[in-house]
Design a protein around this ligand. Structure first.
Ligand code: F6R
Ligand code: MG
Ligand code: MG
Length: 364
């Protein structure tokens, strides 16, 4: 068994909220290399998207392993120290607590992890998004694992034909439910069509507990009770041999669907698939974007990464995203470019509303 943990945080932006400073990556690599020497890690890769650093770790510790979570926390403390030294923007932004307390969940950084029996060949894709929230994965995950128009394997591969199970979290009421597709597809869609509240946490092989995809689902604003930036979620997907082919898992991103986030975490915009060298949002602090790190797991070693969106066949999706960005931007401060009022609750907008609340008087 091997555990794959992807733990991410924004510990300071360079410049503004646009990128990770190169020295932050060096610091993270040094820390993780030391942990590998000490035998805590099997392997690691430091990934990034926009202003977010993602620690991609393999180990034998299982999920929720204190030493692994501590390693990630202390790595983020070290990159925060650099951010403070260089006065990078929002130094330590995602570290909501002063001290580590055993598990990184609920402390700010995002985490997706699972323990798997490594197959004869184990291709995995790690998606990292910036300027959006965890529900951004709902639509692509549905397409990968439940939509035959995206994934022909659901129709023609006997080992996929029975479908998959989805575990959905209700982020407001802190509940979860499991839906089996294709039979309960419409029930599933009822919930995941509201991605600000219901998010897919796991996809399982039908009727079992073997996770084949897992997401990070923390909502910083709900945790902190104030605006602290978007969550910028991560997603791990296993591929091939009875699971979506690599190309079936990438295919949903050929359509730049609208997600919440972008400027001030307050606007809908297209999720643009980009290569590693285009992963730094700039226009209107965006548009939101996604990169994909592809690896072959080999006895816990991460062979890779390959830059999966560095492919001209995603160029039309990028162009479409930019056209959508132009179109949405012309709405300016109007909904539905700006998020609806209840979603604006965790921005700085209520403070402004509070100032002018006395302007309204009762109507007869
Ligand atoms: C979006 C994001 C940015 C900031 C924006 C304003 O997730 O982080 O768009 O919201 O740059 O930042 P402040 O208020 O810190 O100047
Ligand atoms: Mg930021
Ligand atoms: Mg970010």
């Amino acid at each position: 068994m091997v555990t794959v943990s992807v733990i991410k945080a924004d510990t300071g932006g360079y410049v503004g909220h646009s990128a990770v400073h190169p020295d932050s990556i060096k610091i993270a690599e040094e820390r993780l290399a030391k942990a590998q020497q000490d035998g805590l890690l099997l392997d690691f890769h430091v990934g990034k998207v926009g202003d977010d650093l993602a620690l991609i770790l393999t180990h034998n510790g299982g999920v929720d392993q204190e030493e692994i979570h501590r390693l990630a926390w202390e790595t983020f403390e070290a990159t925060t120290a650099l951010a403070k030294k260089l006065k990078l923007y929002g130094a330590g932004q995602d570290l909501l607590s002063d001290a580590f307390s055993g598990n990184i969940k609920g402390m700010g950084p995002g985490i997706a992890e699972f323990t798997i029996e490594e197959r004869k060949s184990e291709p995995i894709l790690i998606f990292l998004a910036d300027k959006t929230e965890p529900g951004a994965w709902n639509l692509p995950l549905f397409k990968m694992f439940a939509d035959p128009f995206n994934t022909p394997g659901l129709v023609i591969d006997p080992s996929m034909h029975d479908g998959f199970d989805f575990e959905v979290l209700d982020l407001i009421e802190h509940r979860k439910a499991r839906f089996s597709t294709p039979e309960e597809m419409y029930d599933l869609l009822l919930f995941i069509g509201a991605p600000d509240r219901y998010v897919i946490k796991n996809v399982y092989r039908k009727g079992g507990n073997e996770s084949v995809a897992v997401t990070s689902t923390q909502r910083l604003n709900l945790m902190a009770g104030r605006y602290v930036g978007k969550d910028d979620p991560v997603l791990i997907v296993r591929c091939q041999s009875g699971l979506p082919a690599v190309g079936e898992a990438l295919e949903p991103f050929g359509f730049p669907h609208l997600v919440a986030g972008w400027m001030r975490g307050s606007h809908f915009g297209p999720l643009m698939p980009v290569s590693f060298n285009e992963d730094t949002p700039s226009r209107f602090d965006g548009p939101p974007r996604v990169v994909c790190y592809g690896f072959q797991l080999c006895n816990g070693k991460l062979v890779g990464p390959r830059d999966m969106f560095a492919d001209p066949s995603f160029q039309t999706a990028r162009e479409q995203a930019m056209q959508i960005a132009d179109y949405m931007r012309r709405m300016g401060p109007f909904e539905p470019h700006r998020l609806p009022l209840d979603a604006m609750e965790y921005t700085t907008m209520p403070q402004v509303m509070e100032r002018i609340k006395d302007r309204f008087e009762p109507v007869e």
